[in-house]
Design a protein around this ligand. Structure first.
Ligand SMILES: C=C(OP(=O)(O)O)C(=O)O
Ligand SMILES: [Mg+2]
Length: 555
């Protein structure tokens, strides 16, 4: 495309925002350092390489300190890569063999990358994180600018192949109006972090590389479109949409409801006590998913009941009279925990995980339930508990029986495995509620690892196979008068959230920053329309067609 030519490109919108501005492109990665003999002494090269590794670790660590949640974890892992003694040893060995600092860093990280990419698909997502650390370190060693967000005094729309976590975390929202990336899917790191920060974003825009520096663009996440060199009338419409959104956000948050006043509770997902403030700030009506893994990860043994109770109490205290759904420890596969499951597994996603692991370690399960019951007794919140990764009616029954010994009133299960969606009527008969985890439900339905970047296109809950399973759960919930929520990333996609309601879902839980767009989208459609959208999506052959059909009917 020539610069300035009018064009419309499509991709996957994150949230519902609109932004308009001039494009700045992210510089392309640095070229591979050539393998020529160094002109400096080995000692000089070594001090250059070590200095670059230290500078990278310090830079990423300082960015990590400004981040919370998932972003912080990713950055902490990245700073550890730059500090890894085996990387330092390897770089030093290569420098001593006559390589330049830049080349030694390149070769060392490349072999690290090959091991990670080849040996363990669970770490495949880390490959792009390794590349980011390598690029930054090579830039420091060469004394050139590290690839990253362009510096600019004036606001701009960032166009990039993909964003490194370190970049997304510290995006300056006063200058970066929106971003458009070629790569990524709705559940990629970039999309999740964009949602957490409420940034207008479009991912998986296959033709994004055709947008030139300096082009004026409109990014419309709700339509999943970027318009290059928009006409005057398109510019006016975009300005009006942005003003309306700003006005709507300035009004106090109202409880979630459809246009015909059907109530749909809008709840927050939190991953630690730190998430509480954001949830309250964005008007969450409670917590629909309190992930409790943060208490266990990094520990060598399960935390004591007292320690757990203190953390649960802090969260429950923030929501008097409101519901807080506490998800019991979900260890295994993407959340490995040595002391719970030390046996090496060939296929951990299908291994000892979630409720399976808890029922095999009943002491830990009971300690969690005891701590939750203690915290519930000390606070005014309505504490609900749910078990992760339930696959059978027996697991649901065993979990309910144990939880009720602790006098917990609302005992439910997560539907993340196709078997539990197919048997939703049986499973709900022995549980008080269901909460659908669409991240895992999608991975298991399509047999596509949720962490494997190259399979991101499979990881969409718009897929009619996933929607059919959700419909099973919705119908079972309606027949048995039991609540059915969604707490996976799908709940944070505004139009998909309406489809979920059309399938019988009664509450939606998501990262707090996504609440406003979902609240707004729900208020635009009636239950009859939501059901029609659901019918259209269910009738599609694939996720893209389902989205297109519903977009056509809704916009
Ligand atoms: C909410 C879910 O659980 P997690 O993302 O923690 O596995 C899910 O699988 O959708
Ligand atoms: Mg899950």
């Amino acid at each position: 495309m020539g610069k300035g030519a009018h064009a419309q490109l499509s991709g996957m919108g994150i949230g519902n925002g609109t932004a308009m501005g001039v494009v700045r492109r992210m510089p392309d990665p640095l070229p591979e350092p050539v393998d020529i003999p160094s002109a400096r002494t080995a000692a000089e090269e070594l001090s250059c390489a070590v200095g670059a590794l230290e500078e990278t670790a310090a830079f990423i660590r300082s960015r990590g300190e400004q981040a919370v949640g998932a972003a912080r974890e990713i950055l902490d892992a990245q700073s550890l890569m730059a500090e890894d003694p085996s990387v330092h040893e390897d770089v030093s060995r290569l420098v001593m063999a006559g390589k330049t600092a830049a080349r030694a860093i390149f070769e060392s990280f490349s072999s690290f990358r090959a091991i990670v990419a080849g040996l363990d698909s669970y770490l495949a997502e880390r490959v792009s994180d390794i590349d980011d650390v390598m690029q930054r370190t090579i830039a420091y060693a060469r004394g050139v600018a590290a690839p990253g967000i362009p510096e600019s005094e004036t606001p701009f729309v960032l166009v990039a192949r993909d964003l490194a976590p370190a970049d997304t975390v510290t995006l300056d929202l006063t200058t970066v109006l929106a971003f458009v990336t070629t790569e990524g899917g709705p559940t990629s790191h970039t999309a999740i972090l964009a949602r957490e920060k409420g940034i207008v974003a479009l991912v998986a825009v296959a033709d994004a590389q055709s947008i030139a520096d300096g082009d004026l663009v409109i990014v419309d996440a709700a339509k999943g479109a970027v318009t290059v060199s928009p006409s005057e009338s398109e510019q006016k419409a975009a300005t009006a949409a942005m003003e309306e959104r700003a006005a709507q956000r300035a009004r106090p948050a109202t409880p979630g409801a459809l246009a015909d006043a059907t109530p749909i509770s809008l709840l927050a997902n939190i991953g630690s006590v730190d998430g509480v403030d954001e949830a309250v700030k964005y008007g969450a009506e409670g917590v629909g998913l309190f992930r409790t893994e943060f208490l266990f990860f990094g520990a060598t043994a399960a935390p004591s009941v007292e320690e757990q109770q203190a953390a649960y109490t802090k969260v429950l205290t923030a929501f008097p009279g409101q519901k807080v759904v506490i998800r019991l420890l979900d260890a295994g596969a993407d959340k490995p925990l040595e002391f719970l499951n030390s046996e090496a597994e060939q296929n951990p996603a299908l291994g000892q995980r979630g409720i399976r692991a808890l029922l095999a370690n009943e002491g830990i399960l009971r300690s969690q339930l005891q701590a939750i019951a203690g915290a519930a007794g000390q606070t005014e919140a309505d504490a609900w508990v749910m078990a992760p990764m339930v696959a059978t009616v027996e697991e649901a029954r065993s979990f309910s029986a144990i939880a009720r010994e602790f006098d917990l009133k609302s005992v439910g299960i997560m539907v993340e495995v196709p078997s539990s969606a197919i048997l939703a009527d049986r499973i709900l008969a022995v549980s008080d509620f269901a909460s659908i985890g669409t991240n895992d439900l999608t991975q298991y339905t399509l047999a596509a690892d949720r962490l494997q970047g190259s399979l991101a296109s499979f990881q969409s809950a718009w897929h009619p196979a996933v929607l059919r399973l959700i419909a099973e759960v919705g119908s079972a919930g309606a027949a048995l008068h039991k609540p059915v929520g969604v707490c996976g990333e799908a709940a944070a996609e505004p139009l998909l959230a309406v489809v979920l309601v059309g399938l019988g879902v009664t509450s939606l839980s998501m990262s707090a920053a996504a609440l406003a767009d979902v609240r707004d989208e729900l208020s635009r459609h009636t239950l009859a329309q939501a059901k029609e959208f659901a019918r259209l999506a269910l009738a599609a052959d694939n996720a893209e067609d389902a989205l297109a059909a519903v977009l056509g009917a809704a916009r």
